[in-house]
Design a protein around this ligand. Structure first.
Ligand code: GLP
Length: 636
């Protein structure tokens, strides 16, 4: 374990532990919980745990279940209180937090159900206030919470304490924020199905716990974590109230820690060894601060912004500027598969072989086009042998109404038709779908219909880009077919399927996403399946030593210019074409016109992201492009 190898930072207002991976972080928390339970049980005392839902605590529950099964850890003396529950929502609902806790934890351990508490999403409005008061009273009566685990929402919420929640707030009924509802839309198959309210333990309730462990995994949590840890506490970001607690610890993986000062600007925290990566980050950061392009920085800029040390090590501003200018310049290429017959000593990709086997891997349709649509087109036009592989069909993200519309149309055209393989008559499927509650689990036949819709959109999208559908491969990895969001488990079968693909293609270059994503997400899980499969190939074969792995940006991952290894510029026409292709994923469109005005459609976010990178390059004094797609080189 290599936790916390970076120095502690004076910018951090509470204890933070950084782990190499989410798994390691989760093991730390699970071990602490187990130790607490054993210690208290040994004294014949009960342990009161505060529990959380969401993807974040899932690996902690898995480890505790393992300890129960393999090491005899008993929960007979444990009492639990969950943070929150959607409102109104019956327990039996598959998205209720009550259900989540049964599925992920309670059903697998020896806890007495009477000792588990989850706020009641079914209580009547009039009784809600009393129910909340009783919930707090029950926590007090149990002796208070010994250890509370927490995740964090994109708005900085803990439990469902949205911005505006007071430090003293008790357990209560709250209205959910728009952003939070958007984040839950995937689970509820559409924002319109997400409950508008929730019952949540208050900030005050949480702060009364004796120990608090807030966990965060993945790059998408980095900016909110940095604010919660480094900015003064405020009701704008409820997680920041935790700073005042003397038993709190933030437990992060590296991507989630990625925006902390000790990671972004370690030279402000301690003496650093000025390696090329840090130098580049420091100079780019300096350009931003003083609002100058690289070549216009002078010694005084460095000195005044606390980088005198860097100047003494590296000579003068003049030398440093030219060096960084060249480094940045060399990341830009219109030849993502390498430029044939050109000197490639300063290019991101090799010139040889001139015609490469390129594998573009997407965790589900649309991820590839959003992340690197312009680059895909270039690779094809430049004559590379491109395979577009989709790890999953993404069927879980198709709303019922889309499936119904497609089925009704097909049925009208071919009355009496049956569904491929299963032989289910379409008429029967349509009838069932009309009666289905949006939140009932999809059967195999319906998942197949939804998968076919997304795979069809992927073909149409690539056609718009001028790419023949023959290049597409649908892997349908078993982890996805068997699971639901937040409950996926990758197995040997997934890795074997990936090894098979890699062995068959033996790619010279692979493009994929998700190395910094929450490992529980579809993109994070696909990345890990790939990583393990690739490593296995490397142990056994020669070809992987000659493969470059390029990571493209997932929709929620913010990268800095200092990290980019390859930047592929897009002309206005190329950008337009990419967006048109992305638009073909119709089942992924938001259903409200409100979304359009909010710029929240995925192709709109991609457009702003691609344009933003181009503007940032421009501001540093590089050529001015319309848009840029960017990639990190992953060294395995
Ligand atoms: C919901 C829950 C929070 C949780 C947050 C983040 O809003 N009420 O308790 O921390 O989601 O979820 P995830 O862990 O899936 O990122």
């Amino acid at each position: 374990m290599n936790k916390n190898s970076t120095p502690e930072s004076p910018f951090e207002r509470c204890p933070v532990t950084i782990h190499d991976s989410a798994e390691e972080g989760a093991l730390q928390v699970a071990a602490e919980i187990a130790e607490l339970i054993r210690e208290r049980s040994g004294r014949r005392e009960r342990t009161v745990l505060g529990l959380a839902t969401g993807s974040t605590p899932v690996p902690v529950y898995r480890e505790l279940v393992r300890m129960h099964r393999e090491e005899g850890l008993s929960f007979a003396d444990v009492v639990t209180f969950n943070l929150d529950e959607y409102y109104p929502l019956p327990r039996s609902h598959r998205e209720s937090y009550w259900q989540f806790m049964q599925d992920q934890f309670f059903r697998h351990i020896d806890i007495d159900p009477a000792n588990t508490h989850v706020p009641d999403g079914e209580v009547g409005r009039e009784e809600a206030f009393a129910h909340c008061r009783e919930y707090d009273a029950a926590i007090d009566a149990a002796g208070g919470i010994d250890l509370q685990i927490l995740g964090i929402g994109r708005t900085g919420h803990i439990g469902f304490n949205e911005p505006g929640s007071g430090a003293e707030s008790p357990t209560r009924l709250v209205t959910l924020n728009e952003v939070t509802r958007q984040d839950a839309a995937r689970d509820f198959l559409g924002e319109e199905n997400v409950p508008r309210y929730a019952i949540t333990m208050g900030v005050g309730t949480i702060l009364r716990a004796r120990r608090i462990r807030l966990m965060a995994w993945g790059r998408s949590k980095a900016s909110v974590i940095a604010k919660a840890v480094e900015e003064p506490p405020s009701d704008r970001l409820p997680a920041s109230y935790l700073q005042g607690h003397d038993g709190v610890e933030f437990i992060l993986d590296r991507p989630a820690a990625g925006a902390l000062t000790r990671i972004v600007e370690p030279w402000r925290v301690d003496f650093v060894d000025w390696n090329p990566e840090l130098i580049r980050r420091a100079v780019i950061g300096l350009c931003r601060k003083v609002e100058k392009p690289v070549l216009k920085l002078v010694d005084r800029d460095y000195n005044e912004q606390g980088l005198a040390d860097l100047l003494t090590v590296k000579g003068s501003a003049y030398q440093l500027n030219i060096h960084i200018f060249n480094v940045l310049q060399h990341t830009i290429t219109g030849w993502p598969g390498g430029k044939p017959d050109a000197d490639d000593s300063h290019r991101p990709e090799r010139a040889d072989p001139a015609r490469k086997r390129s594998l573009v891997l997407a965790s589900e349709p649309q991820e590839d086009i959003l992340g690197m649509g312009g680059t895909i087109r270039r690779l094809c036009e430049q004559g590379h042998d491109v395979t577009l592989a989709y790890a999953t069909s993404g069927d879980l993200a198709v709303p019922d109404r889309e499936a119904l519309a497609s089925l009704e149309l097909t049925h009208e055209l071919c009355p009496g038709a049956t569904l491929m393989n299963g032989g289910v008559p379409l008429a029967e499927l349509i009838r069932a779908l009309r009666e289905k509650d949006t939140l009932d689990e999809d059967g195999e036949a319906l998942r197949a219909v939804k998968g076919a819709i997304r795979e069809g959109e992927a073909r149409q999208s690539m056609r718009m880009l001028g790419i023949h559908p023959d290049r597409l491969e649908f892997m349908r990895l078993p982890f996805y077919g068997r699971g639901r969001y937040r409950q996926f488990v990758a197995t040997e079968e997934d890795r074997t399927a990936m090894v098979e693909l890699l062995e068959r293609i033996r790619p010279h270059q692979v493009f994929l996403s998700g190395d910094q994503a929450d490992p529980a997400s579809v993109t994070g899980m696909t990345f890990r399946v790939f990583r393990d499969a690739f490593r296995r190939c490397r142990e056994e074969e020669q070809w992987p030593s000659d493969t470059y792995i390029w990571v493209y940006r997932g929709p929620t991952e913010e990268w800095g210019l200092d990290q980019i290894d390859m930047a592929v510029p897009l002309s206005p026409d190329e950008l337009q074409r990419k967006l048109d292709a992305a638009f073909q994923h119709r089942s992924q469109h938001s259903q409200t016109s409100f979304a359009l005005s909010e710029q929240s459609e995925s192709w709109q976010r991609t457009e702003s992201l691609n344009r933003k990178i181009a503007r940032e390059y421009d501001a540093l004094g590089m050529a001015e492009y319309e848009a840029i797609e960017c990639f990190l080189r992953w060294e395995g």
